[in-house]
Write a protein that binds this ligand. Structure first.
Ligand code: ADP
Ligand code: ADP
Ligand code: ZN
Length: 219
């Protein structure tokens, strides 16, 4: 199954994409995580994207599409994926359609997580993440069992540089101007489901599975 999770920064894409990918047995592919891994490894690509990422600006389409294309060629992504944070522009969406079409495949569904701006700002202000396995936490809503340490791997949690309020504003504007048009794009393609991302995580998960025609018994 080929699925995209769409939504503004802080909508819960990462949280939900992880659960969905595990249930489907397909990889979760986050371009944000891939870029952060490149930055952490100190690669030329990582150095070239750092300034965009830290400022909350988009990495240029050519770079982002090339990275995604490379990831989609891996064996584990042949029969399905859950994309988290890609596409973010109409150009990226068109390119993804072409990549899949060349392989005789197509998107099954795009899930848009709808959350109001105030809640997004609060979520991002409280977000911490594991630099090792990329699991995300929230100080109040989803705290780790031991303060400051990842439940899954024990690493020390960090705050993302781009989760500072000033940068969050830039990211929300970037989303509004460049990514929101994808809602219409996918609606016209007949693959869009909009769900209420403002509810507690379990409710979002339930609605997401329902939109994919999956019920509790099937995962
Ligand atoms: P969020 O959790 O806010 O949705 P991500 O981790 O997905 O953020 O992305 C972090 C940053 O990585 C973005 O602000 C942007 O700089 C860069 N990035 C990730 N995906 C893309 C993309 N598809 N196009 C352009 N830039 C991207
Ligand atoms: P995205 O990948 O869309 O940027 P995340 O999954 O990283 O979003 O979630 C952003 C923050 O909000 C995290 O701190 C996460 O723990 C928290 N969060 C995720 N889903 C919910 C929810 N349904 N209600 C409240 N907080 C949530
Ligand atoms: Zn971890």
């Amino acid at each position: 199954m080929f699925v995209i999770l769409l939504g503004p920064p802080g909508a819960g894409k990462g949280t939900q994409a992880r659960l969905l990918a595990e249930s489907l047995g397909v990889p979760r592919i986050s371009t944000g995580d891939l870029f952060r891994e490149e930055m952490a490894s100190g690669s030329a690509l990582g150095r070239s994207v750092a300034a965009y990422m830290d400022a909350g600006q988009f990495v240029p389409d050519e770079t982002t599409i090339a990275l995604l294309q490379r990831r989609l060629r891996a064996a584990d992504a042949r029969d399905g994926h859950v994309l988290d944070g890609f596409p973010r522009t109409v150009r990226q969406a068109e390119e993804l359609d072409r990549i899949l079409a060349r392989r005789g495949q197509h998107l099954d569904r795009v899930i848009d997580l709808n959350v109001d701006t105030e809640a997004l700002v609060e979520r991002l202000a409280g977000r911490s993440m594991c630099p090792s396995c990329q699991t995300t936490y929230h100080d109040r809503i989803a705290p780790p069992r031991r303060q400051g340490l990842c439940d899954r791997c024990g690493a020390t949690l960090v705050r993302r540089v781009d989760d500072q309020p000033e940068t969050v504003r830039t990211r929300l504007r970037m989303y509004h101007e460049n990514t929101e048009p994808l809602i219409t794009y996918y609606d016209e393609a007949g693959v869009l489901s909009i769900i209420d991302g403002g509810q507690p995580p379990e409710g979002v998960t339930r609605d997401m599975f329902a939109a994919l025609g999956m019920t509790k018994g099937s995962f």
